[in-house]
Design a binder for this molecule. Structure first.
Ligand SMILES: [Zn+2]
Length: 98
């Protein structure tokens, strides 16, 4: 499944709920899911658990994007389609990033 398909799938599954919950609470849930991913990684959980948490973060980000009427695939393409968003290189050659 590509990014566009994933975002559309999340729209089909959750958009009505996302709309009812609203943008602010959906953003808060996204932060919550990112915390769960951080916990899974930092506690050394097995790969399948980490994978599940990554999927949750992405799914919630899709919900946020759907509420904002942002096409994630197009946004990624515009920002990173030519490489690093700052230096335009692949891989990045910016000197001030770790
Ligand atoms: Zn760069």
């Amino acid at each position: 499944m590509d990014t566009k398909e994933a975002q559309e799938l999340m729209r089909k599954i959750y958009f009505d709920r996302d709309l009812a919950r609203g943008l602010e609470r959906t953003l808060l849930r996204t932060f919550h899911e990112l915390g769960e991913l951080s916990d899974a990684v930092l506690r050394g959980n097995d790969q399948s658990h980490v994978e599940s948490e990554v999927a949750d973060v992405f799914a919630w980000l899709c919900s946020v994007a759907n509420l904002l009427e942002v096409d994630l695939s197009d946004a990624l393409d515009r920002k990173y389609g030519n490489g690093c968003s700052k230096c335009q290189k692949i891989p990045c050659e910016c000197s001030n990033t770790p």
